[in-house]
Design a protein around this ligand. Structure first.
Ligand code: HEM
Length: 228
């Protein structure tokens, strides 16, 4: 009996066409997924900058209330802390939903937090202290909460600088150890807020509670993985 061996699909004429069509379809699907991701990233950055744009508009229209510098300062500090916590929430969201996609936006959230923290610090030095470094050296050690704010900012600087793919590759495992500092930064930012509030501490306590929940989810996951 003669066995008829079917032609290897990719190497027959029709098979090659079919193969190429599948390849092109897969490629265009991947490209459109990449484009969608780019559009989503762009949209998230834009949304992240909306609070800053609204603050610019409120400043230009003189809508910042009786103490505009303080309002500006507070709102920028609030957004810095919010983006820091949103960035930290993405890993627990990944753990709960079992979807890795939220992690793509972690760097963006971190950079937005850094952006608002930089403006917050800038308002303090430029508007509160009128660029007087003597006043800065004089004031900062007197207020532990400002020391904590400064410490938070100093923790965020290396994280922002090394957030690129280049540094991630170069630093290898050390990158992950370094970026754990974001938890310390979130804690010092919350304490900075708690310390400066004189009467109603509900807001900073809410942020501390949120941070506690986010950290707990990660700790539970860590011990579950160890036990498995
Ligand atoms: C660059 C160093 C920093 C300095 C010098 C600084 C200084 C200050 C000062 C002086 C205030 C109180 C303003 C007032 O009572 O008039 C304040 C408030 C605040 N700061 Fe900072 N800060 C720094 C960094 C940070 C960072 C990195 C974060 C968060 C990631 C942050 C979050 C906040 C928050 C949430 C408030 C309170 C806002 C509110 O009451 O609504 N600060 N900061």
């Amino acid at each position: 009996m003669i066995l008829k061996i079917p032609p290897n699909p990719p190497f027959s004429k029709g098979g090659a066409r079919c193969y190429l069509t599948i390849l092109f379809r897969a490629r265009s699907l991947m490209m459109s997924a990449r484009n969608n991701r780019r559009i989503l990233k762009f949209l998230i950055v834009f949304l992240g900058l909306v609070p800053a744009l609204l603050l610019v508009r409120a400043t230009l229209n003189d809508q910042l209330g009786a103490n505009p510098i303080q309002t500006l300062h507070f709102r920028l500090g609030d957004w810095a802390l919010r983006f820091l916590l949103i960035g930290l929430a993405l890993t627990p969201i990944k753990i709960i939903t079992k979807q890795a996609s939220p992690l793509r936006y972690r760097r963006m959230m971190g950079l937005l937090a850094f952006f608002y923290a930089s403006l917050h610090g800038l308002v303090y030095v430029a508007l509160d202290l009128s660029w007087s470094w003597t006043a800065f050296i004089d004031e900062v050690p007197k207020s532990p909460y400002i020391v904590l704010g400064l410490l938070t900012y100093l923790l965020l600087v290396p994280l922002a600088i090394t957030s690129t793919k280049y540094f991630k590759k170069r630093l290898g495992r050390r990158w992950f150890s370094l970026h754990k500092l974001v938890y310390v930064a979130a804690l010092t930012a919350c304490l900075h807020y708690l310390w400066l509030v004189k009467l109603d501490v509900s807001q900073p306590l809410l942020y501390i509670g949120l941070l506690g929940i986010l950290v707990s989810i990660r700790i539970v996951k860590f011990y579950r993985n160890r036990g498995a």
